[in-house]
Design a protein around this ligand. Sequence first.
Ligand SMILES: [Fe+2]
Ligand SMILES: [Fe+2]
Length: 145
Amino acid sequence: MALPLTASGYTSSMDWSPTYSVNVAVIDEQHQTLIAQIRALQEAIQEERAAQPLSRILSNLRALAQAHFMFEEGLMEAHAYPEMAAHQAAHAELAKRLEELQRQLNAGNTMPGTQTIASVRDWIAHHITGPDRDLGAYLNQEGVR
Ligand SMILES: [Fe+2]
Ligand SMILES: [Fe+2]
């Protein structure tokens, strides 16, 4: 699937589009919220805002991601999803990346580069259109919409 990149590539912001739908309404809504928060983070970095507000946006993003991962994992467990372990490991990897980003931000007041945020954005885009879509298809079979 083509990612919504502009010619300038890495600095483009991420917008929700129907191509991100996993066909489960609540998950789609949570993804929209996550994407909006990543966008806020990208904008804060592009506008070179101070590290403090950046850290707050990042905290929000981490909390949202955590709640969302727990929600998906709860559904996987409830419906005995066979790919749960791998999916859970992928969630843990992103949580670790966000934690590291926050640690850097808090430690040195250094601005994370747009490349760093772009890699988080790309990870989410690939996760939604890969493992999350597979999960959505499985849940659909289970009668979850
Ligand atoms: Fe997921
Ligand atoms: Fe997800």
